[in-house]
Design a binder for this molecule. Structure first.
Ligand code: GUN
Ligand code: ZN
Length: 445
């Protein structure tokens, strides 16, 4: 695999992206930009133009002909836990039991820097093999786990937002830090990685129950001291969790308010779940410019609840979609978006293919303040581009052949496809699809 983008690269295929935000439940959305059989022109790893398929670029361009395939901006997974691919698909527990029974033991192994390094490599390759080129990631409490992710993402050219997990109570002692040591680790990681290449630091509060008020205050001070950094956490995921937070923080109006009081609710906050929010919380999120990372497969798997996406839209909140592996059951954004459709169907709502895909591309980029950089084929964006087979297998092929219009075709693709449809994953103009994903091995036995 070459690791340099050719200085001039042209990709041919069916280009689909968004020029704005599709409206809720509108199938004929004006924000959809579909350019069947076009060349996407890339110079020095950035998008410089688009032209029709029958106007081939000159001989000085390297040409990759993906005619008959779907080209999308690389997906952005706004909430996922790197160590949890080791315990994904663990049986039988709701959130708080699940954390203690499966999650914390898996995360303890990452104290060993060699485990952190190998785990980061496996995780980042798995993201790429799912067509995800940018992610907002929880590693573990160990500084080495964040270091390994930043280094691994840099080696692959991916855009990564992460930071060491903050956790100084209500977790096994081997996974607890302390305020002063955690602050030193965060400052060191910020100074070494934030804004270096495509990396950005996120002040990473696991969730309110595992941080003391002193640690939350320190985290808020870090956000203020380093204004370009992100903040990521969980909020209002599970009813027992919400009740526990109410008991731990009696002075706060709500779970969300615990974060707001500590200076952790701002435009660069990524709040996973947000199922059990009230109207005041929604207004506070809207006013802050923070986003909710909706994680439907996780919410179904742990039985956490059904996120009211339409209420969030009505409140004017940015909503992105995230896998939340390992409570989520797949790194595939298509599978996750298909689950999001089903969650909304249970509420009598309909999630269009456009709203779904936008939330995992341009919408997520916009909520992260990165719309000029990722999430679309706008000229000037980095060329993070995934190439997808429109159909894989007899059923999908038949459905694809019978689709009557573009929304029907894309909705069927979204519902029936997964990482097995991925043909190439360009990161800044370099195909980084791991070899094992590109050429599946036969399984015997
Ligand atoms: N809340 C606190 N930690 C976690 C986690 O690892 N996964 C999920 N889904 N929720 C959490
Ligand atoms: Zn999570």
């Amino acid at each position: 695999m070459t690791t340099m983008s050719p200085s001039k690269l042209a990709l041919r295929g069916d280009l689909l992206d968004f020029t704005g935000t599709p409206e809720w439940a509108v199938v004929d959305a004006a924000a959809v930009r579909f350019r069947p059989d076009h060349w996407l022109l890339i110079e020095g790893g950035r998008i410089t133009g688009v032209q029709p398929g029958d106007q081939a670029p000159g001989a000085d361009w390297v040409q990759h002909d993906h005619r008959g395939r779907l080209l999308l901006p690389g997906f952005i997974d706004t909430h996922v836990h790197s160590p949890q691919i080791d315990m994904i698909a663990s049986y039988g527990a709701e959130l708080l039991d699940w954390l203690h029974t499966y999650t914390f033991p898996a995360e303890m192994r990452f104290a060993d820097p060699a485990v952190s390094q190998a785990g980061a490599a496996r995780f980042l390759d798995a993201l790429l093999a799912s067509g995800t080129t940018s992610a907002v990631v929880f590693p573990t409490v160990h500084k080495a786990s964040a270091d390994a992710l930043f280094a691994g993402a840099s080696a692959r050219g991916m855009r990564l937002v992460t930071g060491k997990v903050l956790m100084d109570r209500h977790a096994p002692p081997a996974l607890c830090d302390d305020v002063a040591g955690a602050e030193r680790d965060c400052v060191d990681l910020i100074e070494r990685w934030h804004g270096v290449g495509r990396n950005a630091y996120a002040v990473t509060v696991r969730f309110a129950p595992t941080s003391t008020p002193a640690q939350l205050a320190m985290a808020g001070q870090l956000c203020a001291a380093y204004p370009g950094t992100y903040m990521q956490t969980h909020v209002a995921e599970n009813r027992d969790e919400v009740e526990w937070v109410r008991q731990l923080f009696p002075q706060a109006r709500s779970y969300l308010d615990v974060y707001a009081r500590a200076g952790l609710l701002h435009a660069r906050s990524v709040l996973a779940h947000g199922i059990w929010l009230d109207a005041n919380d929604r207004a506070a999120i809207r006013d802050s410019g923070a986003q909710v990372a909706h994680s439907p497969s996780s919410n179904l798997f742990l039985g956490s609840g059904l996120f009211d996406w339409h209420a969030a839209v009505q409140a004017g909140i940015h909503v992105s979609v995230a896998t939340d592996v390992g409570a989520g059951t797949s790194l595939s954004m298509q599978r996750t978006l298909a689950d999001a459709y089903k969650v909304q169907a249970l509420a009598g709502q309909r999630l269009t293919a456009w709203k779904a895909l936008h939330s995992a591309t341009r919408g997520a980029a916009q909520a992260l303040g990165l719309a000029g950089e990722i999430g679309s084929f706008d000229v000037g964006c980095t060329a993070d581009v995934c190439v997808w087979h429109w159909a894989s297998g007899a059923v999908a092929e038949r459905r694809h052949a019978l689709a009557r219009d573009l929304h029907e075709r894309v909705f069927a693709w979204l519902t029936l496809s997964d990482e097995r449809n991925l043909a190439a994953a360009y990161v800044a103009g370099v195909d980084r699809l791991p070899a094992a994903a590109a050429a599946p091995q036969e399984v015997s036995g």
